[in-house]
Design a protein around this ligand. Structure first.
Ligand code: ATP
Ligand code: FE2
Length: 325
């Protein structure tokens, strides 16, 4: 079955094509704001402008024609309403014109399922860390439960905001990582884990303040050490609580080698296995939508067209996991 998946929840417009478990194409085009944070309406306009071009590029990459597509999947939520609307309209018109079934899928669960497929993890605690999300998730009684999450600013967003304050080019995450590699002095910063939930706003603000009289490299190093220790603690607690012995790291921030290293060490110490996902499939992309589309369609069939409106705050644990039986 050839499934075309569409991602449009935030900055990225992506189209991926899967032939069963095989990625045939995965094309993304990202909106970058001229300054400051994301403007939802501008991002949606970007998606409208590039969607036809991205579709052609994906078909080229897969060496397929439109008529070869058997199923259309799209990210139904959670996300920014104007962006979600653009993706849903594009998906519906494509499915109608090709006369193929359509399925709407949950963005966060798509990250987990493509991660499991590509890494071989079977039943992990997933740490999903990106610009807009920080969640610790595991499957329990037929649903992906959120064991822990961020209470304020998500990790990637906190790194990007700190980066902007430090004069680093957007996105800040990779630049903070590079600077941290040159740092060695640990500067005490606020460490806030409440149960399995985390708060990064105070830490970010304090790190910005430290820039006044500490070296950039040392502040980046201390920021990463503190943030990633918090994430690792929350994941370790979720593993004990849920009784799991695998960790899957995904989302844009999963590219960070220090975060990978800390989780890996924690897993080794517990006799657990650590998995991560290549960046092209860890950040927002269309292939993960296509793969979850395949899983959902195989287990519970297509969606009625009337049921394809976007769901802005679609929670991970609202979704019945019908494909994992
Ligand atoms: P979502 O919609 O899932 O929240 P997103 O729009 O934030 O995703 P992603 O590509 O998943 O997009 O993630 C982008 C984030 O990843 C940015 O905040 C960026 O700074 C961060 N990032 C990328 N590479 C690294 C890295 N090496 N270290 C730390 N953060 C990184
Ligand atoms: Fe995402």
């Amino acid at each position: 079955m050839i499934c075309l998946g569409i991602e449009s929840t935030a900055h990225t417009f992506g189209i991926g094509i899967m032939d069963g478990e095989e990625v045939l194409a995965n094309v993304t085009d990202m909106y970058t704001p001229s300054e400051g944070g994301i403007h939802p309406r501008e991002a949606a306009e970007h998606h409208t402008e590039v969607c036809d071009e991205v579709l052609e590029e994906a078909l080229d990459e897969a060496d397929l024609d439109r008529e070869d597509i058997d199923l259309v999947a799209f990210s139904r939520g959670p996300g920014l309403p104007p962006c979600l609307r653009t993706g849903a309209v594009f998906a519906r018109s494509l499915a109608l014109s090709l006369d193929v079934p359509i399925v709407g899928v949950n963005h966060c669960i798509a990250h987990i399922e493509i991660g499991k497929l590509k890494s071989g993890a079977e039943d992990p605690v997933t740490l999903y860390v990106s610009g807009g999300n920080t969640q610790v998730i595991a499957l329990s009684a037929g649903k992906y439960r959120v064991f822990g999450e961020v209470l304020d600013t998500p990790v990637g967003n906190a790194l990007d905001k700190f980066g902007r304050e430090a004069g680093l080019e957007h996105p800040g995450g990779p630049k903070v990582e590079r600077n941290a590699e040159q740092g060695s002095k640990y500067i005490e910063l606020p460490y806030t884990v409440k149960g399995m939930d985390m708060s990064f706003s105070g830490l970010m603000t304090e790190a910005m303040r430290k820039l006044e009289d500490e070296k950039l490299e040392d502040v980046c190093y201390s920021l990463q050490e503190t943030m990633f220790a918090m994430l690792t603690e929350a994941v370790e607690r979720a593993m004990a609580h849920a009784g799991k012995d695998e960790v899957l790291l995904t989302g844009g921030v999963a590219a960070n080698k220090r975060l990978q290293g800390m989780l890996e060490t924690m897993c080794e110490e517990r006799g657990a296995s650590f998995y991560t996902v290549p960046h092209s499939l860890a950040g927002d992309n269309g292939a993960m939508m296509a793969w979850l589309g395949v899983l959902k369609y195989r287990s519970s069939g297509e969606d009625e067209l009337e049921d394809t409106d976007f769901i802005q705050n679609w929670r991970t644990d609202d979704v019945e996991v019908t494909w994992d039986k």
